[in-house]
Structure formats: C-alpha cells, structure tokens
Write a protein that binds this ligand. Structure first.
Ligand SMILES: Nc1ncnc2c1ncn2[C@@H]1O[C@H](COP(=O)(O)OP(=O)(O)OP(=O)(O)O)[C@@H](O)[C@H]1O
Ligand SMILES: [Mg+2]
Length: 224
C-alpha cells in the first residue's frame, strides 16, 4: 500500500533516513523514544511536511486521514459540526445520515449536539476518530492517539481501532512510545532511533479482552 524509498530530511540534530514498505490492511506501529522522528515521518507520509529527497508511493485511490495527538477539535462547535468539517473542507455534500452513522460507530450518537468543552478526554478522542473516518479513508495515520487517556478509556479506544481495521479493512499507521499499545494493536512495528529504522518485525499480539469489563473488573485484571 505504501512504499517509502530513500526518504531523507535534515532535522535539527540528525537526519531522518527511512525506507519502509507497509502492506494493505495491516496495523503498522512506529515506535521510538521522544524526539526520534516519529511525528515528522508521519507528517511526511500525510504530505503536511516535505522530505528533502526520496519518494513515497501510495497505492492508487489511497484516501488518508490524520489523527492528531491534541485532537485539534473546534471548541465553539458541537460534536456533529466537528465531524462534518472534513466534508465541508473537501467541498463534499453534508450527508447527515453518514455523519450520524459514523458517530454511532464510535459510540457518540447520543452526544451529537454536545459542545466539545462538555466532553471527557476519551469522548474528544472519539470525535477526532469520527472526524477522521467520515471521509471513508483506507489509510489512517495516528500520532500518539492514546497517550493522554487513562488505561480504561485507552482500552476502549484500542478496541475501536481494531473494529475500524476489521470492519473496513483500513490500513493503520500508529506512532506510539507505549509498548503495551503496540502489543495489543500492531501486526508489525518498526523501531526508530535518531531518524533511522533499527529494525522491523512481526508482533505477537496480546488480545484485548473481549468481554465488556466493568471498571473494577478492569483494574483487578490490570493489577492482579
Ligand atoms: N521541520 C523541522 N526541521 C528541523 N528539525 C525538526 C523539524 N521538525 C522536527 N524537528 C526535530 O526533529 C526531531 C524529531 O522530532 P519529532 O517531533 O519527529 O519526534 P517524535 O519522535 O515525534 O517525538 P515525541 O515522541 O516527543 O513526539 C526533534 O529533535 C525536532 O526538534
Ligand atoms: Mg511526536
């Protein structure tokens, strides 16, 4: 789905130098310490930042969406209008049914008229995910999307990403420094340090326990 060949970009203290191949339908992790170049690489893949040299080949008809760590939501608009925004920006029809179906998918249909300031962190993350999904992307680029969430909500969001991947076959690239997140979600990971990929390998995935556990049950499971 994606071929990155001989990509180079001079950064402040090192050069980003990457070759990478990502398959259609996989959940691919980019793992590395703070400042290793993960976000820069993801922004280059999305086209919001330019490399100095190199090529990125995306499969034909690739429609990608980018989810920011800080959500980047509009606080003076409600949930519905935030999710409608990409359709407005892309001059597409505001399809109310489609927006409501997307909100239902992320479990937020009952909060569609709420303002962003009235939502919890996990709910804001769901709005950001719905906003990314509403344009039917087949590639989802996620930058530290679970970093600010507590472990219980994080688990719900991880389940949501697995559902997106399973139900729609969406390829997901996930930048994270949290190894337990990668262990639950990723099929493969690359480890990046100072802009260079040290290794790429298959992950033996941990199951996200499927039953809808209650908070107390979850805490006991986690700490037990
Ligand atoms: N446009 C740029 N030009 C020059 N240097 C940059 C640019 N963008 C980022 N950098 C530098 O590149 C390095 C990697 O930054 P980047 O944000 O990609 O790291 P990261 O792995 O995402 O870190 P974190 O886990 O903290 O988010 C940093 O030292 C940063 O200062
Ligand atoms: Mg980053």
């Amino acid at each position: 789905m994606i071929n990155i060949n001989n990509l180079k970009k001079r950064l402040n203290s090192f050069d980003l130098e990457v070759d990478l191949h990502i398959e259609k339908g996989e959940i691919f992790g980019i793992i590395g310490k703070s400042g290793s170049g993960k976000s820069t690489l993801l922004r280059i893949i999305q086209g919001i930042e330019k490399a100095d040299v190199g090529e990125i080949f995306l499969e034909e008809n690739t429609e990608s969406s980018y989810i920011f760590q800080e959500f980047n939501l509009l606080y003076n608009k409600n949930v519905f209008d935030n999710v409608a925004l990409p359709l407005i920006l892309k001059k597409k029809k505001i399809d109310r049914k489609k927006i409501e179906k997307t909100l239902d998918f992320v479990g937020l249909l009952d909060k569609k008229s709420f303002f962003i300031s009235e939502l919890s962190g996990g709910e804001k993350q769901r709005v950001a995910i719905a906003r990314a999904l509403v344009t039917n992307p087949n590639l989802l680029l996620c930058d530290e999307v679970t970093a600010s969430l507590d472990k219980f909500i994080q688990k719900e969001i991880l389940e949501l990403f697995l559902k997106i991947n399973r139900d729609y076959g969406t390829t997901i690239i996930l930048v994270t420094h949290e190894l337990d997140v990668a262990k639950k979600l990723c099929d493969r990971v690359s480890v990046i340090e100072k802009g260079k990929i040290l290794d790429t390998f298959d992950v033996v995935k941990d199951d996200i326990i499927n039953h809808k556990s209650e908070y107390l049950e979850f805490v006991k499971e986690f700490l037990g």
